[in-house]
Design a protein around this ligand. Structure first.
Ligand code: CTP
Ligand code: MG
Length: 233
């Protein structure tokens, strides 16, 4: 059944989905690869659309797949589809341009984190609504982390207690995200998240608890893990 978005919601969610999925191995664009018979993007959008504060969803699709993505998502939820760029940051900037000024909270969520639950969307949005200009969901780092030189020799052991793994959706006051993207000097930079841009602009970024279900599907084993997660109630 097609989800209805909340016309009185205060949240827009951008879903960059234009990546190739090189690390997943041969196949089509990652967002269109199947998990339990459905494209990752369908899983992601269905969960975002189920979050009660969401008024608008903008997907940045691979430019060759715009019509296919529109057709794919039409039965899931009302979604705006734009053409993504060569780098993730460009895809986000293009999607952001489709958000009207009156929507005050913008979340940026990777299609690759296809199983991030609606509750995570809501908790990030709530933290922004509560006054934080930028919010990221995080998990503690479980591995020991070392800094290593190019020669493969260990330089230092990093204090793990101060480290966090960062997920999406990341949430921002609309104006804060727009200003950070406008100030980003290099639209093709390889910055891997939006909070990084906002940090560079000197804005305080707040952490909220992330979700094990929001794992990023990157390599083939991640698809196996995600398939198993779907069976966990
Ligand atoms: N993304 C995007 N536009 C790009 C590159 C990435 O919209 N030019 C999106 C991806 O579709 C994904 C998210 O950003 O949902 C996170 O990127 P990543 O996990 O790196 O996905 P890919 O770039 O597709 O994978 P890879 O790096 O292995 O090619
Ligand atoms: Mg990538």
């Amino acid at each position: 059944m097609t989800a209805q978005l909340n016309p009185r919601g205060d949240v827009a969610v951008l879903v960059p989905a234009a990546g190739a999925g090189i690390r997943l191995g041969p196949g089509g664009p990652k967002a269109l690869r199947l998990l339990d018979g459905e494209p990752l993007l369908v899983h992601a959008v269905r969960r975002v659309a189920a979050a009660p504060s969401v008024r608008l969803i903008v997907v940045a699709a691979p430019s060759a797949e715009i019509d296919a993505v529109r057709a794919l998502l039409a039965p899931i939820a009302p979604v705006t589809v734009v053409a993504g760029g060569a780098e993730r940051q460009e895809s986000v900037a293009t999607a952001l341009a489709a958000v009207p000024d009156e929507i005050e909270i913008v979340l940026v969520h990777d299609a690759a984190r296809a199983l991030a639950p609606p509750e995570l969307v809501e908790s990030v949005a709530a933290a922004v609504r509560g006054g934080s200009p930028a919010v990221i969901p995080v998990l503690p780092v479980v591995d020991t982390v070392k800094q290593v030189g190019r020669d493969g020799i260990v330089l230092a052991t990093v204090d793990r207690s101060a480290l966090r793994s960062v997920q999406t959706p990341q949430g921002f006051r609309h104006k804060v995200l727009a200003a950070a993207h406008a100030a980003a000097s290099d639209p093709t930079s390889t910055m891997t998240d939006d909070a990084g841009l906002v940090e560079r602009a000197g804005v305080e970024v707040t952490c909220v608890p992330g979700s094990e279900r929001a794992l990023k599907i990157t390599r083939p084993l991640d698809l196996v893990l995600a398939e198993a997660l779907l069976r966990v109630p």
